[in-house]
Write a new protein. Structure first.
Length: 385
């Protein structure tokens, strides 16, 4: 059924503001792959099949331009590299607003980054704005218990104020789990709509796992992800192969430290960034995925993709939903010492790994199937236009 506005036969135009998504859309080698960009691109490509007009606002080092890829209009703004941080921020805001005017969409969807930029434009221009909560910490600042680069503890930081504006100005707020919905109501007095992360499923059937087993880590080299703990884990279990995949996420010092530390460990392989359409092979061969994040928007895409490939997850964190334990898809370790013990226990028991892997696959089929989740988005778009 064609998706048209109520006032005319015009297609509903959805604009995604995702500055880092261009490499995923253009299938170019990215310097980093992050969950919010993966989410937007997966959703957009499916919405095209349902007769929506899709626009992306992204960022590129080259000059500003417009491209069309797979039926998606891509408005690229130029990446700024001025020495003045304030000047970069101001120019970026005006360039995003100019791109939004050009897109002239009915609905703007935003999930992470450039906080407090998209929502004021929509309020002034009488456009609809959908805010997607990208991390549990955005609705509960108490999770940020120490200074880290990606999340400010100060309630007066630009990002904190920006996220407050985004939530307050939103026509709809999409949360990814029950915990986020509870915290959103408690801390902001707003109601959230639970729509879980969508993912295009591979065919059912357990892939052949590598022998001897491989322990895998996938993520951005960001402080909140604590990649150095995975290096430490590999040192604690020297008889097993460990593999790490991820880019530097604009934190070059952490990236360099982690990469250098990994070089001295014989049982450790660091692959850098793997293109999204190639990474599934690594999940399918791994026996265990390890998640060392302080907090996430649980479950993160790395966990979902692992479970889709019958791979159990051992995680330092989870939230009050406790889905890992609830559905027996791995272990929620909580401490590093317990993480070591949990990984060792799974490595010794192939049968338990297989059972948890099957549970994970069943969970993803039930809760994250793209074809089912896109229907929930379509209902929301039709309701707010």
């Amino acid at each position: 059924m064609p998706n048209k506005t109520k006032q005319s036969d015009e297609k509903i135009n959805i604009c995604f503001v995702a500055l880092g998504a261009y490499p995923l859309l253009a299938r170019k080698d990215p310097k980093n792959v992050i969950g919010p960009d993966v989410h937007q691109v997966i959703l957009a490509k499916e919405l095209i099949k349902h007769d929506f007009k899709i626009t992306f606002i992204t960022q590129d080092k080259e000059k500003a331009s417009v491209e069309y890829i797979d039926g998606i209009e891509i408005i690229k703004i130029q990446e700024d590299a001025y020495r003045s941080r304030i000047l970069n921020i101001i120019l970026r805001v005006f360039r995003i607003w100019a791109a939004m005017r050009r897109a002239n969409a009915h609905i703007y969807v935003h999930r992470g980054g450039v906080a407090g930029v998209v929502s004021p434009f929509c309020r002034i221009s009488n456009k609809k704005y959908i805010c997607q909560i990208a991390s549990d910490a955005l609705v509960n600042r108490a999770l940020v218990d120490r200074k880290i680069r990606e999340f400010s503890q100060s309630i007066f930081s630009l990002d904190t104020i920006g996220y407050w504006l985004d939530i307050k100005f939103a026509d709809a707020i999409i949360v990814q789990n029950k915990y986020q919905r509870v915290m959103l109501s408690k801390n902001f007095g707003k109601d959230g709509i639970i729509i879980k992360k969508p993912f295009p499923l591979t065919e059912r059937g357990k892939p052949e796992k590598a022998k001897p087993p491989i322990v895998l880590w996938v993520g951005a080299m960001a402080e909140v992800k604590q990649p150095e703990l995975f290096v430490k884990l590999a040192e604690a279990i020297p008889e097993v192969k460990f593999q790490m995949i991820g880019g530097h996420s604009d934190n070059q010092p952490l990236y360099d430290r982690t990469k250098q530390s990994s070089k001295r460990i014989l049982n450790f392989e660091y692959f850098g960034v793997i293109p999204f359409d190639e990474i599934n092979e690594y999940y399918s061969r791994a026996s265990i995925l390890v998640n060392t994040s302080m907090f996430e928007a649980y479950p993160p895409y790395a966990d979902i993709q692992a479970w889709m490939n019958y791979t159990p997850v051992v995680s330092l964190g989870d939230n009050l939903d406790e889905i890992i334990c609830k559905y027996t898809m791995g272990f929620h370790s909580k401490t590093f010492n317990q993480l070591v013990e949990d990984v060792k226990a799974l490595l010794k028991d192939e049968k338990i790994r297989e059972e948890m892997g099957v549970n994970g696959r069943m969970y993803v089929e039930r809760e994250h199937d793209l074809t089912n989740i896109v229907r929930e988005y379509i209902k929301l778009f039709d309701r707010i236009v």
